[in-house]
Ligand binder design. Sequence first.
Ligand SMILES: Nc1ncnc2c1ncn2[C@@H]1O[C@H](COP(=O)(O)OP(=O)(O)OP(=O)(O)O)[C@@H](O)[C@H]1O
Length: 299
Amino acid sequence: MGTAIEVKNLSRRHRSVAALDDVTVSFEANTIHGLLGRNGAGKTSLMSIIAGQDWPSEGEVRVFGQRPHENEAVLPRMCFVREDQKYMDDAKPGHVFTAASLAYPNWDADLAQRLIEDFHLPMKTKINKLSRGQRSAVAVIIGLACRANITFFDEPYIGLDAAARQLFYDRLLEDYAENPRTIVVSSHLIDEIAPLIEHIVLLDRGRVLVDESADELRERAVTLIGRWDHVQDVIGGREILRREELGRLVRVTVLGGLGADEQARARELDLDIAPVSLQQLVVHLSARQGATLETAKEA
Ligand SMILES: Nc1ncnc2c1ncn2[C@@H]1O[C@H](COP(=O)(O)OP(=O)(O)OP(=O)(O)O)[C@@H](O)[C@H]1O
């Protein structure tokens, strides 16, 4: 498949703030990546620089092996849609879609039309007069219909209601299955986008905290449900991420997967083993220091 994006020792400083601090990471082609992290972690900064819309203070970016900045061979192959996208004052959705059809060589007008209908987008209203959710729909339609080789969705769907967000996820997956490409989705709604994402990059205060497949990440923790003394028997000294009381039972999420013997013991003790919430895991990892994280990885 190969690498679509390579980022090496990238830093971006704004006076005293390091939005990105020595970030080295790569994004495989034809994969859906989740770019996660708390507010201010550096997600938008990273995507803006890769998309050639901002300049790094230090470090290098290669997109399909080339520098993206002011590079006409690379820029039309990338699409960056964001929640706070600015449009010309009088623009209506049709104007913006026409401009996108000219800018993106793979623009699919039929797909755009289907999405306009799916999202019930009013085409006669100026974009600046659309509701927040409708403006999000404009951004989502551009991101999907442009079929760029690399598309960044910087939470453009955050104004969409739950049903419209689900529609976006469904359409994204359907279209990706037919037209594989590199997609980077940044989000706070981690469990909601979890079914989409194959690879996770977690940023924390401008640094990369996690860079691994979603499945590997999920296997780093496990949730057990049953009697507390039975749960303790199986988890031993593992670090507890979360403990909830469920009447006489407990639901406990711990770091470190279970070996075959431990799984057998859990079954003997009538414990339920449940998949871990990616959101919980990411929240926990974000709260930890990198050094402790390494210990968890080894466990
Ligand atoms: N133009 C700027 N001037 C000063 N500081 C900036 C600028 N752009 C970003 N920052 C700072 O850099 C850090 C990273 O910001 P960034 O927008 O990349 O984070 P984010 O992960 O996208 O956050 P959010 O989830 O809240 O959108 C923040 O501390 C932010 O305040």
